[in-house]
Design a protein around this ligand. Sequence first.
Ligand SMILES: O=P(O)(O)OC[C@H]1O[C@H](OP(=O)(O)OP(=O)(O)O)[C@H](O)[C@@H]1O
Ligand SMILES: NC(=O)CC[C@H](N)C(=O)O
Ligand SMILES: [Mg+2]
Length: 503
Amino acid sequence: MCGIVGTLAATPVNQLLYDALLLLQHRGQDAAGIVTMQGQKCFMHKARGMVRDVFRTRNMRALPGNIGLGQVRYPTAGNAYSEEEAQPFYVNAPFGIVLVHNGNLTNAHALKEELFAIDRRHINTESDTEVLINVLAHELEMAARDLPLTPKEIFAAVRAVQKRIKGSYAVIALIAGQGLLAFRDPFGIRPLCFGRSANGEFMVASESVALEGTGHQLDRDLAPGEALFIDHAGQLHTEQCNDHPSLNPCMFEFVYLARPDSVMDGISVYQARLNMGETLAQRVISTMPPNEIDVVIPIPESSRPSAMQLAHRIGKPYREGFVKNRYVGRTFIMPGQGARKKSVRQKLNAISVEFKDRNVLLVDDSIVRGTTSKEIVQMAREAGARKVYLASAAPPVRFPNVYGIDMPTAEELIAHNRTVEEIREYIGADALIYQDVDAMKRVVAALHPGLAGFEASCFDGHYVTGDVSLEDFATLRAQRTSQPGDEDADARSRLALQSGGEG
Ligand SMILES: O=P(O)(O)OC[C@H]1O[C@H](OP(=O)(O)OP(=O)(O)O)[C@H](O)[C@@H]1O
Ligand SMILES: NC(=O)CC[C@H](N)C(=O)O
Ligand SMILES: [Mg+2]
């Protein structure tokens, strides 16, 4: 789940893109990049790091032009440590294209070979986004006749792209001298919305919060499979480019990834989290007498709405027992377990008075590798808690994710092949209560009657695109367990395949 944004305005867009990327920073902390265009020329700056560190004044000055796009990266394919895989990507032919991508292509490895053998295109990194831009470039070349490109030709190219690429993708691209293109995968797994400012400036972004925070009003989400093209005159064209679109947004966006003040596919993320708190409260009530709980304490940041609603429902006080160091980023989206583990204690500190001699119910939005919960339960005990109960607003995370959340192997998941009792023991809590998967789907779906379902594979093992092969699992797993500077991902991928594929 990276954060992507694109904009077309009547004045320079460099600051606008920077501001939008800051609003999307929670979606990717590893690298950031912006491209602007003036006439036919592209100006790019990208590097590893957070937005504030990547863009200095001199970099901002070197980004002229009234049209541009940007990305904050959370690496979920390819190599997390490679500067070259920071986005945007650029290809010079045809026309000059730059592109940003949120999601994961599950067939990137096969496409890479196909691109070389048939389309004569060389891919120089492990990034699935480099594959994607080359597929788009090839299909645009096939569809285009004369300049300027027509929306019809562009949408024909997107249609052809959608036939070749598999997995999840929300994409924004600029075609030099032509305009801004955006499209979304036919299952609507990754989010993408657009809106306008009062003076007609246009913005497309991963989350509505990026629009609102930069003075734009949300128009609507792109439909699954739909493409949008804004030509240089600012004229908006849209077209459905898929014959079988169906809306299955990623459940993990509602659980953790998105900001609570965003509205995605018509669903308020905040309301979804409140609803999860409500059903979690019912589980708590049916598991243990609420009288055994003195206080409900959220594990900051993402669990707050669910914890608040849970406390309200069981009639117990909601208190802030942990203070978050606001200068430490999100732990879960850091690459590498070492960094994640170290930063939990740097990030959260307990306020002893809220724990001393009390039975506390800690609430988190999710338990993935168990890194946070294990530390936090220990910290609650050290702060003097009598009993430490833990509740998770999401069900157990048992299956790897291939659509843009960095959990490529089952073994790293604390709930994989473990019973709830075994997980409780590992974490060291006195009781562990999980959300029910069907209840979660029901209460979030209730906020949008038009949903086909959810991409909730990490909870239920069902992969909505229906075409993820053992080889796809193995390739991703090999890539994502590679170390900095490790050139041997392909060899490991073959080994993993021989030894049985899926995590
Ligand atoms: O079981 P784990 O592997 O530890 O992963 C789950 C934890 O990671 C996330 O927090 P994070 O610190 O990333 O962000 P937040 O501040 O938005 O809650 C999430 O909210 C859980 O607390
Ligand atoms: N999480 C994402 O959207 C990542 C995009 C792309 N697969 C990358 O790893 O750079
Ligand atoms: Mg958290």
